[in-house]
Every structure is written in structure tokens, then in C-alpha cells.
Design a protein around this ligand. Structure first.
Ligand code: SAM
Length: 769
């Protein structure tokens, strides 16, 4: 009888003895996935010191297999339950439990298992006998899997697996979900498994209607970005019908009306329309398999679908010929035009346009910038460029919004109910129309994982210039009810959206050169270190008077870490300005404002609150009169302790020593910040912050990496002194626990200080709006 003190000990011992006999290259970190006790080839293992209830342990393993199926991972055929201290291994065949594996479980795998009724094991192995040990080795070498059925719960996981393993080959969505029911007859992997032939049963559904709400998630990654597809959850779709119905109420007596959705996807917005409303609806969408689902779902009920029938010409490299809303052909489509030309017809557009901002860093980083800009070559963009300038042109959604008013809406009683991040109205000022009502929804529920605000606004086609909108904010809440989860709308009250006129760079950036500037300085990267200057145009300045370089760029908070910098020298892309000694303090609120969303992650803030310079007149006056002095020192204290302040000291390739003026470390002489903060009357919280800083710098000085010739700032300490190592389990550990602890506490306190002391001021002077 073994006598292990805990499961971990027994499990480690088991793997130590058996793994080398199965596959010498296997390590425990390769087999410990998805919270299981291990998956080795076609075996899932579950260890207990002593199994007292086989059924509940079996259900625990089944729950892990259920998760594997959902994630698109092959389901091992053998289930091995190891009872460590009585040296027994109970073997089950997972195919006997397929219906249990195909359920979706909520809650921890090891809880609520006592009422499960399992069968008897197919084998009980005595692990003390040589025969038993050989049997275990033999089982662990087996590579058999239980075939599962594809359904709505697991199809996304299997699609991701499919695209992952086919990364190098160009596979399209049709290769995965294609069917033979349409005119384009590529039969995909789920219906005729090839790569997955040992893992899945062929899906027998004749079409893909079952996966309607998931069709965006089934796109291959490239198409996903290209089409900007983020589907509307049902609860939001239902809520927005209230706005649509208000618009229908305005249809003048005696008029016909149409509801047009040019980018309907699989018809999520239309699913809860009444038959009468569908009678007035025209839909189309660009992606072929969406079109097919759209036809299945509502094709027979709507007034028109474009194209009305599928022909041999319809399928075009995964897209639908004639359905691209940005083409001239579509704008002039006679089916729609008959209503647009009819004076006695009211036009209502009801859309969640595709969202893709090609200049966003995420996009470029993913290397999709070029591919995704295909839509930028379209007819509608071409026409839009004649009327609209600037960043509004970078967003695919804006092209839909602009073209709605340009080509379809003509009368005061025409309307547009549109989902979109609100910046098109707030800062890009794409339209000036009459606001009739609207909602704020959480973007996280549109198949993304970003907490951000998406507006759904009902515009009347009447011109109107307003500066404020009030939206009713709704999140979606999950309510657990036994083994099921239901979703409900969660009302969070009214939130305002205020328009922005002035931006930082126009009103606040300091464009002066220094009295004695040299244009042979260096450039730095985002991390504050020097990097090669690749731009021929950029001539970085150097001056003895230079305090640093600040970037507080873009109104919104996408990629906040790339859009705000505080550095010792010019940033490589020159999106900022040089800080001067005489007025650097009054520039700091811009840097502070740039951190807002980092510290306020509630979904209503991102994409609603933005950076503005609208308060510049009042702010200028109050700075001049000294009214802001106390606050500016608070802002300075925040800045020196904020980890996005990437000022660090080094000797540049130009031979100059770059000093960090934004630190309280004065080992090598007082810094500008230390001098100015010396005069600050601090409250208790501020004293706590300074004490925590003292704790950080004194621990920093004890590290072996510390170099006494530098004044260290917070970021340089984090980057160069708070070093780590990898322990034998593969986990990261910090070399200097006390230093790391002090840094972590300081970060938390800085965040609290920011929210309490800095944010109200930033709103007061409209740095945040
Ligand atoms: C944000 S999704 C909305 C889908 C659906 N209306 C919903 O709310 O769930 C945008 C849709 O626009 C489609 N789309 C993208 N570019 C398009 C274009 N140029 N013309 C027509 N549809 C397009 C995408 O395939 C996607 O289905």
C-alpha cells in the first residue's frame, strides 16, 4: 500500500515512473492542461488519494472532457481514475458517456457530483503488480479518441482548431462549414471530416442555420477582420427594436415604408421583428455563408433579400456578388432604388455596421492593415473622400453611416437606427442630425472581450446641432439558476455623451523650440530606451533645457499605452512635444488624462469618455491666476509615481547623458520634480505615497543590478532592477520579494490617488469629457 501525504505527491511520483516509459520527450507541463490531472495521448487521468466514490470521480473527469470538446480538443477514449493509496487504477471508456460529455456544465468540476450514476469500470488494474504496471504503460501509449458531435456549444472551438492547424495553408470558412445545399457546393470539414476523422462525427445538418448566431466566430481570422463582424446579442437586438418602432410610428399616414439593413449578417437584428415588420424589410450581407443562413432564417418573410435568389454567379471567393454595400452597383440597386425614388415611401435604416479601424495598432500589429484596407478602395469610400476629411475615413463603420444619409435618407421623417462606437458623432462629427433617443451597450457582449461602450442611436434625418446626448446604459447580466445560466438586461442609468471640439495637440502641445536647440539628439521607443532613428525627416532636438518629451495623442483610448508617453527624449514617431522647464507643470494633466481608461475599466467609460482641450480658456486663466497650482503639484506627484512615465537615465549614442527629471530619486542631485514637490503641502495620502516610494528606492538600492550613477524612476526600477527568474516548475519568481511587494503596493495606491484626487480635476477642466 502506498502512503502519499497528498494528491500532488502521488501524481508527481506516478508521472516520474510512467512518463519515461511512454514517451521520453513528454514533460508534466505538456500534459497538465485545462485543470485536469493530466492528458497523456488518448488518456485522461484523475488522481485521488483514495477514491471513495467512483461515480463522482468519474463525473469530474467527464466534466473535463466536456470542456475539451467545447474548446475543440480531441476527447481521449480512456478515462483512468487512479486511487493512489490503494494502488488501483479504474479504467472507463469515455465513448460510453458521450451524452454526458456533450452536456455543458456550470461550476467547478469537482462539485455537485454525488448524484451521478456511472457504469462499472471496464478494467481495474492492480498497480503493485508487474502485469498491472505493464497494462498502464500500454494504455498510456494508446492514441484513441471518442468521436463527438458538432453542435452550437463546440463548433467555435473546433473552427479555431481547424484554422490554427491550417495556418500555413489558405483555408476559408467554406472548407470548414461548407455544405451541399446551396449552389456553391464545397463540403466542409464538419460534414466530411478529414483532419478530424478520428475526433468528430460528420455533422448531418443540411445547412448552417443552427449556427446562425455564431457565424461571425466561424470566420477564418482574416475574414473576421476584413468584414468587421461583431454580432449583436439577442437582448440588445430586442432592446433596439424599441427605437426602430418609434421610427415606424413617424411614418406619415398613407406612406409605405421600408426597413433597410445592408449588413444584416445572419439577421440577428431582424429575428424578433413581427411578420408585419418583416414585410417591410430589405436585407443583404456580404459573406456567403451568412447570406445562406439569412435566406434560411428570414428569406421567405422579408420584402426583399439581395440578391433575391442564389445563382451560379452568387458565390465569389467566400463573398456574395452584388451584396457589397460599398459598391456603385449596390448603391444603384434597382430593388432599393424603387423605394428611395418613391416620395410616398419612408426609409428607415436599421443597422449594426461592420467595425474595422484599419489604422488601429492592433490591426497593424496583426499584419492585417493592408488586407483589410480592401474596403478603402471601394466606390463609396471614394465618394466619401470628396466630402469628408481626416480620421473618419479610417473606419469602415463610418462609411456605412455616411452613406446612409448620403444615398438613402431624404425626408425629415426618414430615420437611421445605428449601432456604433459614438466617436463618429462625438469627435469626428460625421453627422449633425436630430437625436431621437438611444442606448449604450457593452461591447463585450458582441463576441469581443473588450469592455467598452457601443451606442445604438435613433437619428431622425433632420439637421440639428447639439452638443450633448443622453443614453440609457444597459449591460447584460448572467443569472445562475441551478445548472443553467440566463441573461438579462441590467439597467445602469443614464449616461451622457458630450461633444468634443478642441484636441490636445492643437491647444496644449508646446510647439516652441528651446533657446539653444541642437537638432542632433536621439529618439526613444515606447519603453524609454534609445532606438535607431529610421525617419529621414525627423531631426530630434537636444537642449540642456529640455525636461522630457510628452505624447498625449488621439482623443480616444484605444491602445492607451502607445498613445501616451513621457520620455527623456523625442519619441520615434514624433507624436508629441518637448517639455520646457518654464511651463512643464501645466502640461502634465494631458499625461494624467491619458491614463483614464487604464484605471477606470468600467464598460461605460471606454469609447465614451475622451480627451479634449475644450476647457482651454478657463484652464489657461486659472493656471495664470495660480488657482491650479496645488492641483498641478498633485499631478506631478502622480506623474513621478506612475508606471507609464517611461523616463529613464542612460548615455545616448550621441554621447550625452540623458537625465530623468521626473523622479524623486535624488542620489545624483535634485531633479526638477523633487525640487518642485519639496514645496508641496502634502495630505496623509500623499505622505503615504512618498513613504512607499522611499521603500521602493531603498530596496532598489540593495539589488545587485543597481548602478549608483543613475537617478532611478519608477519605470526604470521595474524594468532593470525588479528582476525575475524561472523556478523548476516553470513559474516566474521575483529575485527581490520586498522590492516587488513595495512596487505592487505603490501601484495600487497610485491608482486610488488618481481616481480620488486627479480625475475630478481632469473632468472639471474638460481634459476628460
Ligand atoms: C457588425 S456585423 C452585424 C451583423 C448583424 N446585423 C448583427 O447585428 O448581428 C456587420 C456585418 O456586415 C457584413 N459586412 C461587412 N462588410 C460589408 C459590406 N461591404 N457590405 C455588406 N455587408 C458587409 C459582415 O459580414 C457582418 O455580417
Amino acid at each position: 500500500m502506498s502512503n502519499f501525504a497528498n494528491e500532488k505527491q502521488g501524481q508527481d511520483q506516478f508521472y516520474l515512473q510512467y512518463l519515461p516509459m511512454v514517451d521520453k520527450t513528454l514533460t508534466t507541463s505538456q500534459i497538465l492542461n485545462d485543470y485536469t490531472d493530466g492528458v497523456v495521448n488518448g488518456n485522461i487521468l484523475e488522481f485521488k488519494l483514495q477514491i471513495s466514490n467512483l461515480n463522482s470521480t468519474l463525473l469530474q473527469a467527464i466534466k473535463y472532457l466536456s470542456v475539451m470538446r467545447i474548446k475543440g480538443k480531441p476527447v481521449p477514449k480512456n478515462i483512468l481514475l487512479v486511487s493512489l493509496n490503494d494502488d488501483k487504477c479504474y479504467v472507463y471508456d469515455s465513448s460510453n458517456y458521450l451524452s454526458d460529455i456533450e452536456k455543458v456544465y456550470i461550476g467547478g468540476a469537482s462539485t455537485n457530483n454525488s448524484s451521478f450514476v456511472g457504469g462499472t469500470p471496464i478494467q481495474i488494474i492492480d498497480m503493485t503488480s508487474m502485469a498491472g504496471q505493464a497494462q498502464i504503460i500500454n494504455l498510456l501509449k494508446q492514441n484513441n479518441y471518442t468521436k463527438i458531435n458538432i453542435d452550437v456549444n463546440c463548433i467555435v472551438g473546433w473552427a479555431e482548431y481547424f484554422y490554427r492547424i491550417n495556418k500555413s495553408v489558405k483555408v476559408r470558412k467554406e472548407d470548414f462549414i461548407g455544405d451541399a445545399s446551396g449552389l456553391h457546393k464545397t463540403v466542409g470539414e464538419i460534414r466530411q471530416p478529414n483532419l478530424f476523422k478520428d475526433y468528430i462525427y460528420p455533422y448531418s445538418g443540411a445547412n448552417n442555420e443552427e449556427f446562425g448566431y455564431l457565424m461571425d466566430k466561424l470566420n477564418d481570422n482574416l475574414t473576421k477582420k476584413n468584414l468587421g463582424t461583431f454580432y449583436t446579442p439577442e437582448l440588445y437586438a430586442e432592446k433596439s427594436l424599441e427605437l426602430l418602432r418609434e421610427a415606424i410610428k413617424r411614418v406619415p399616414k398613407g406612406n409605405d415604408y421600408i426597413i433597410l439593413d445592408r449588413c444584416a449578417g445572419t439577421g440577428n437584428l431582424e429575428l424578433l421583428l413581427t411578420d408585419e415588420e418583416l414585410e417591410h424589410t430589405i436585407v443583404s450581407t456580404l459573406e456567403y455563408y451568412e447570406y445562406r443562413v439569412l435566406v434560411e432564417r428570414i428569406g421567405h418573410k422579408v420584402r426583399h433579400i439581395i440578391p433575391p435568389i442564389e445563382t451560379t454567379n452568387t458565390f465569389n471567393k467566400g463573398l456574395v456578388n452584388g451584396a457589397d454595400a460599398l459598391t456603385q452597383e449596390y448603391v444603384e440597386n434597382p430593388i432599393i432604388q424603387q423605394y428611395v425614388q418613391n416620395e410616398k415611401c419612408t426609409i428607415i435604416l436599421f443597422e449594426n455596421p461592420p467595425y474595422a479601424e484599419t489604422t488601429s495598432l492592433e490591426h497593424q500589429r496583426a499584419g492585417k492593415g493592408k488586407v483589410s484596407s480592401v474596403w478603402k478602395q471601394s466606390y463609396v469610400v471614394h465618394e466619401m473622400k470628396k466630402c469628408v476629411k481626416g480620421t473618419a475615413l479610417n473606419d469602415l463603420g463610418n462609411v456605412f453611416i455616411w452613406s446612409a444619409f448620403k444615398y438613402y435618407l431624404r425626408h425629415d421623417t426618414d430615420s437611421y437606427v445605428v449601432y456604433s462606437p459614438v466617436k463618429y458623432w462625438k469627435v469626428q462629427k460625421l453627422i449633425d442630425k436630430k437625436f431621437m433617443g438611444g442606448f449604450a451597450f457593452n461591447r463585450k457582449h458582441f463576441h469581443t472581450n473588450i469592455d467598452a461602450c457601443v451606442s445604438c442611436i435613433y437619428w431622425s434625418n433632420e439637421n440639428d446641432k447639439i452638443n450633448n446626448l443622453m443614453l440609457d446604459a444597459y449591460d447584460i447580466k448572467f443569472v445562475k439558476n441551478g445548472n443553467t445560466k440566463t441573461e438579462t438586461l441590467d439597467y445602469e442609468g443614464k449616461i451622457d455623451v458630450r461633444r468634443i471640439t478642441e484636441i490636445f495637440s492643437k491647444k496644449y502641445y508646446d510647439k516652441r523650440a528651446f533657446a539653444k536647440s541642437f537638432n542632433n539628439g536621439i529618439v526613444t521607443g515606447l519603453d524609454g530606451t534609445e532606438r535607431p532613428n529610421k525617419s529621414k525627416k525627423l531631426k530630434p532636438l537636444y537642449s540642456a533645457d529640455m525636461v522630457g518629451y510628452m505624447v498625449a495623442h488621439a482623443a480616444g483610448f484605444d491602445n492607451p499605452d502607445a498613445k501616451s508617453s513621457l520620455l527623456v527624449a523625442c519619441r520615434y514617431d514624433e507624436h508629441g512635444f518637448y517639455l520646457h522647464k518654464d511651463n512643464y507643470l501645466e502640461k502634465l494633466p494631458m499625461f494624467a488624462a491619458s491614463r483614464y481608461v487604464t484605471y477606470n475599466r468600467h464598460w461605460t467609460e471606454r469609447a465614451r469618455i475622451m480627451k479634449s482641450a475644450d476647457g482651454y480658456v478657463k484652464y489657461g486663466k486659472d493656471v495664470a491666476s495660480g488657482k491650479c497650482t496645488t492641483f498641478l503639484l498633485k499631478c506631478l506627484l502622480f506623474t513621478v509615481l506612475e508606471t507609464q512615465n517611461h523616463c529613464r537615465e542612460f548615455v545616448g549614442s550621441d554621447g550625452r547623458t540623458y537625465r530623468n527629471e521626473f523622479t524623486l530619486d535624488t542620489t545624483n542631485g535634485a531633479t526638477l520634480a523633487a525640487k518642485d514637490l519639496a514645496g508641496m503641502k502634502m495630505n496623509n495620502e500623499e505622505k503615504v505615497l512618498v513613504n512607499l516610494w522611499n521603500g521602493v528606492i531603498s530596496e532598489a538600492k540593495k539589488t545587485k543590478e543597481y548602478d549608483s550613477k543613475w537617478n532611478y524612476g519608477i519605470y526604470q526600477i521595474i524594468n532593470e532592477l525588479d528582476t525575475t527568474y524561472i523556478d523548476p516548475n516553470g513559474d516566474t519568481q521575483y529575485n527581490y520579494t520586498q522590492l516587488h511587494t513595495n512596487l505592487t503596493t505603490l501601484k495600487q495606491k497610485v491608482k486610488e490617488y488618481y481616481i480620488k484626487e486627479i480625475v475630478p480635476f481632469l473632468f472639471h477642466y474638460e481634459f476628460l469629457k
